[in-house]
Structures are given as C-alpha cells and as structure tokens.
Design a binder for this molecule. Structure first.
Ligand code: SF4
Length: 382
C-alpha cells in the first residue's frame, strides 16, 4: 500500500528557520490547484495496481486552501486512484487559519486528521520564529479542532533560545509547552529540534552575530523532558520526533520510514518507487507552466544498493522498531548485514546501541538524542 503527498507551496509569511519550498505570493493559487489536479491525473499509472492508504497535504501551508479546494483535490485522488476503505487523510494546518467555521467545513470533507503547527504556546517563541499566528490563536484553534475532529496531531519545536534567560527558566517554559499540549489530549504529538538551515533568516542572524549559535545541550535537556512527560502520559515514542497514543501512529509518515513507495505531487515534492527518488521543480511558475503543457518538471536519481541500505539504517534506527539484520540481508545482501553488525560493536560497547535477540539493532535511551550521528557511523560508503 502506498501514499500520496500533495505539496501546497504557499505561506502567509516566512518563518525564520524554514527552508521548505513556498511562496508568499498567492496570486497563482487557482492555477496551482488546476496543475496539482492535472499532475494527479498524469501520474495515475504509477499506482495502477496498488492501493492508496494515505493522502497527506503538506507545505507550505495547506490551510490557506478553502475547504472546496481541498475537497476538489481529494476527489481528484479518488477519481484516479484506488483508495483503501479507511485511508488516513491529513491536512497540515496553521492555527491562524483555523476559525470554527473553517474547521467545521473541513470536517465535512473526507479529511480525517489534522496536523497543527502550534510550535509553541509562548508568544516570545512565536515572535522569535516569525510565525504568523499568536499564542491565543493556537489554544482557540485547538478548542475547535477537539470539537470537530477525533484525530489530530500537535507540532512543537524545542531548543528555541531565549537570549539572556537562565537555562533552567528556558527549560521550564518548554515543560509548560508540553504540558499545555497534553492538556488537549491529542492522539499524536510531533516535536522537532530547532535547527539552523542554510540561507534562512535564522542562519543569517547567527552568522552576522545578531544571535548566538543554538545551544545543543538545551535541546538535549528539553528532548529528555519531552520524553519523560509524554512517557508519563502513556504516549508511545515510536519515532525520534513522533509520539502517539496507542493505535495512532501516523500512517503516512510510517510508510516513509518503512521504505514504502509514495508519490509527491506539486512543486518540490519528492517521490519514491522503491528504486529511484525523483523530485519536482521547486518553482511555482515553472511547475504550473510545465504541467499545463503536459510535462512533469522533475529530476530523478537511481539509488545504489548502498544508498538504499544507508536510508534503511537512518530511518530504521530513528524508529522504536530498530533495524532488523535479517531484513538487511534479504534486501541488500549478507555483506551488508555483516557490515552492520561489525560497525555496531563500538556503539554497543559504549551503550548507545543494543542488539535485541541477536537480530534487531536499537538505539538505547542514552544514545537516543544522538541517533542521526550513530546511524551515520553505520553508513556503507562505496
Ligand atoms: S508555515 Fe511552515 S512551511 Fe511556511 S514558512 Fe513557516 S515553517 Fe515554513
């Protein structure tokens, strides 16, 4: 079973840390929706013999679309693809878009899950990140979401600095954020560390000395506190950045981590068919023009066995399932399974990795915050 990702490349304003593809000019929105529908139709052969288990609207800011526009896109998927009986259909939404009227209208579409970009319940953090919404809007939006949607996720960001504030106070504010999110009892919480991506405003502010570099030890402390609070509240920490109540793992993202195929529709969207990865042009005008002329503007890269192995190691170690040696052997060859085991020994001795039942490698509690670095040490370089 596969998934469809639809990229909505518009945002009201640029958040200081963001390097996703979006435009703040919305004048081409109607043409963009026509193009997205056309690309969905053009690529229907990709999944002619497969069923779609999830549809995910990401961005950008999908909640800048009207419920009618969202419904049109969902109906286009239903028209051209085979959909499972109970697909997960998610829309990423920003709090400033979520009036009661809008949420009520969304609930009448086939959407059955919202992922809400709260990021912080503190106004200072939101201003620091240049988010378009304010702290009050998040709480009000969540109140209405609870009323009309059974299934929703809250996004938070940790490691947001407060220049001049003591570390303990910063950590306390983060704890408050997590507790406030828990107060709404969402089925799912995603929490990401604030990171400095090249060419973002945050990058510029740090490089020009307007802000000090981010403090990784704060992020580490806050990650541990996040895990402690969510564990106490019985959330399953099933992927490095993702926590859920029982039975509410995100279907769409879990499929990525399991290496299942998916197609990405829209500018900058990535697709994966099990052997190659392709990505559409990250230009709204170029994308609209090409699709209207009947061509998909994309680049493709065929993944070598080693590259596919490296991806499995990275995504697998980030999940609570870990990586299976038998699966590595079956997918990539015994050579890779032996290599994994050999390279893992040092991290096992350090206590950052464990070999469960002599068949599954998992990151331990002490290694968890360093998962990406540990995975990189198991990469196979041709
Ligand atoms: S709303 Fe999301 S996609 Fe848009 S600028 Fe902010 S973080 Fe980036």
């Amino acid at each position: 079973m596969s998934g469809i990702y639809i990229h909505i490349p518009f945002c009201k304003q640029a958040c200081s840390y963001c390097d996703f593809h979006f435009s703040t000019k919305m004048s081409s929105k109607d043409k963009m929706i026509d193009a997205l529908c056309k690309e969905l139709k053009m690529r229907k052969a990709s999944f002619a013999n497969d069923q779609i288990a999830s549809i995910y609207f990401g961005g950008g800011t999908p909640s800048v679309l009207s419920p009618i526009e969202i419904e049109r896109l969902i109906e286009t998927v239903y028209l051209h693809y085979q959909i499972t009986a109970t697909p997960e259909i998610t829309l990423e939404a920003n709090p400033d878009d979520l009036s009661e009227e809008y949420i009520k209208a969304l609930a009448k579409t086939k959407l059955n899950r919202l992922s809400i970009g709260v990021q912080s319940f503190h106004q200072e953090d939101l201003s620091f990140m240049n988010r378009a919404h304010n702290a009050g809007q998040s709480k009000e939006a969540l109140h209405w979401v609870q009323e009309y949607f059974d299934n929703y996720s809250i996004d938070l960001i940790y490691g947001v600095p407060r220049v001049g504030m003591a570390s303990e106070e910063q950590d306390l504010l983060w704890s408050e954020n997590v507790k406030t999110a828990l107060g709404f009892s969402p089925n799912h919480i995603s929490a990401y560390a604030l990171t400095v991506e090249p060419k973002t405003l945050l990058d510029h502010q740090i490089k020009t000395g307007k802000l000090p570099p981010l403090d990784e030890s704060r992020a580490h402390m806050q990650f541990n506190e996040l895990r402690r609070l969510l564990k106490d509240a019985a959330y399953d920490h099933y992927e490095f950045s993702n926590f859920s109540k029982q039975g509410f793992h995100a279907v769409n993202n879990s499929a990525y981590w399991e290496g299942k195929p998916y197609i990405g529709i829209g500018p900058s969207a990535h697709s994966y068919d099990g052997e190659s990865r392709s990505w559409n042009s990250a230009s709204n005008p170029l994308y609209i023009k090409a699709i209207s002329e009947g061509t998909r503007p994309f680049e493709v890269e065929y993944l070598s066995v080693s590259e596919r192995y490296n991806e499995y190691i990275m995504t697998g170690l980030r999940t609570s399932k870990g990586v299976e040696l038998a699966k590595i052997s079956a997918l990539f060859g015994q050579k890779y399974a032996s290599y994994t085991l050999r390279e893992a020994q040092k991290k096992i001795a350090e206590g950052h990795l464990e070999l469960v039942h002599e068949s599954v490698l998992k990151v331990t509690q002490s290694g968890l915050f360093f998962t990406d670095g540990i995975a990189a040490q198991l990469f196979y370089i041709d």
